[in-house]
Design a protein around this ligand. Structure first.
Ligand SMILES: [Zn+2]
Length: 378
């Protein structure tokens, strides 16, 4: 039971948990009581876009970037995504599990109790399936619920990759993934290649979601809407037509402000225009080694307010109810009687402090399925 005290919610004494669920707003304490006075209590956060399973270290590449080397120069000297793919292919499933656990622990410390995780660094059939099995193993090894995505079209290992994805990879994914993702960009995959892969994915019961309009405008949002994708992610260069299409299709926009910062791109996604245009906007950490090496939810919320034009309330909803919609789990992202017992107790008294306290976590206690999981365990 979380003791809310009188200053938190007038007329409410306690939030109760039993058998992994929220029982309701109780007036009497139970077996264990957590003192929540002075802080506010909200639902467990959802990070709807990560690539946190990978091997290899690209800190030296970051130093090169800071010395002025271009992405192309780094890629030509064996860096970039190629380095991550080589290291991920060389790593065993158990090694990838061990490498991902501290990243998940960092997300947990930020209040995340559900996270989407993508494959995409295998880039051959066996290594993509290996990554998905790693996500499955990680689900059993730590408290955060992981929602797996096969990022079939991430980078192009050879000219036949789209054929291989359609004919060999997707038919073997089975229950190892919920979503199928693609990176739609001039330098990555075309709209027609994406349509072909997503047609097969939908036949197999996978839900489309897309990386679109990140580096250049490419009518990617319109494609996401056409494919009835759950989400359109990035959207730095979305057009007015694209915003209309997303609103009409009910596709959730997932903004990645930490990657816009990390890549030193000039243009942040137009979060204000998306929300004013009727699009539901979620946020993510996009934790990955190339373009957003962070698990910092608070920083993503701050940037969303300072650079994407969101209000603090919208930024908070970006990691709660809208993030839950982004991963097609509308039962998450809110605290209610009978709902999942995933909750966060903060040090601060209001959601307003979360983006205001720049890049710092206000999380005091994280509860998953009714159990205290951070800090420590009981
Ligand atoms: Zn991504």
């Amino acid at each position: 039971v979380l003791d809310l005290g009188i200053e938190n919610v007038a007329d409410v004494g306690f939030v109760g948990f039993r058998d992994g669920k929220v029982t309701g707003f109780e007036r009497e304490p139970a077996r264990e009581v957590i003192d929540a006075r002075g802080g506010f209590v909200g639902p467990g956060l959802v990070d709807p876009h990560t690539h946190l399973v990978f091997a290899g270290d690209r800190a030296a590449e970051f130093e090169q970037r800071c010395q002025g080397k271009t992405y192309l120069e780094i890629a030509q000297s064996g860096g970039g995504i190629t380095r991550t793919v080589e290291a991920t292919r060389a790593a065993s499933e158990d090694e990838l599990v061990e490498l991902a656990l501290p990243r998940l622990a960092a997300l947990l410390s930020h209040g995340v109790t559900t996270a989407e995780v993508k494959s995409g660094y295998g880039l051959d059939v066996e290594n993509e399936l290996k990554m998905l099995r790693v996500i499955q193993k990680l689900n059993a090894r730590q408290p955060i619920t992981l929602i797996p995505t096969v990022l079939a079209l991430h980078s192009r290992p050879d000219d036949k990759w789209v054929d291989t994805v359609v004919n060999e990879l997707l038919p073997r994914v089975g229950k190892l993934a919920v979503f199928c993702d693609a990176f739609v960009e001039k330098t990555a995959f075309t709209a027609d290649e994406t349509r072909r892969v997503m047609k097969k994915a939908v036949e197999l019961g996978l839900i489309p979601r897309l990386h679109v309009d990140q580096l250049t405008p490419g009518a990617g949002a319109e494609l996401a809407a056409e494919l009835k994708a759950a989400t359109a992610d990035h959207l730095e260069h979305v057009s007015g037509e694209g915003i209309k299409a997303l609103a009409f299709a009910g596709t959730v926009a997932v903004l990645n402000p930490t990657s816009t910062l990390f890549l030193r791109e000039a243009k942040y996604a137009p979060g204000r225009a998306l929300i004013d245009g009727g699009v539901r906007v979620a946020l993510c950490t996009n934790c990955n080694p190339g373009s957003s090496m962070t698990e910092n939810v608070a920083l993503a919320m701050s940037l969303a307010c300072l650079q994407n034009g969101l209000t603090p309330r919208e930024a908070y909803e970006g990691f709660t109810k809208n993030a839950a919609l982004a991963v097609r789990r509308p039962d998450l992202g809110a605290l209610y009687a009978g709902g999942p017992g995933d909750a966060v107790l903060y040090n601060c008294a209001s959601y307003q402090t979360l983006p205001y306290h720049l890049g710092m976590s206000e999380v005091r206690t994280v509860i998953k399925a009714g159990r205290r999981v951070w800090p420590g365990s009981t």
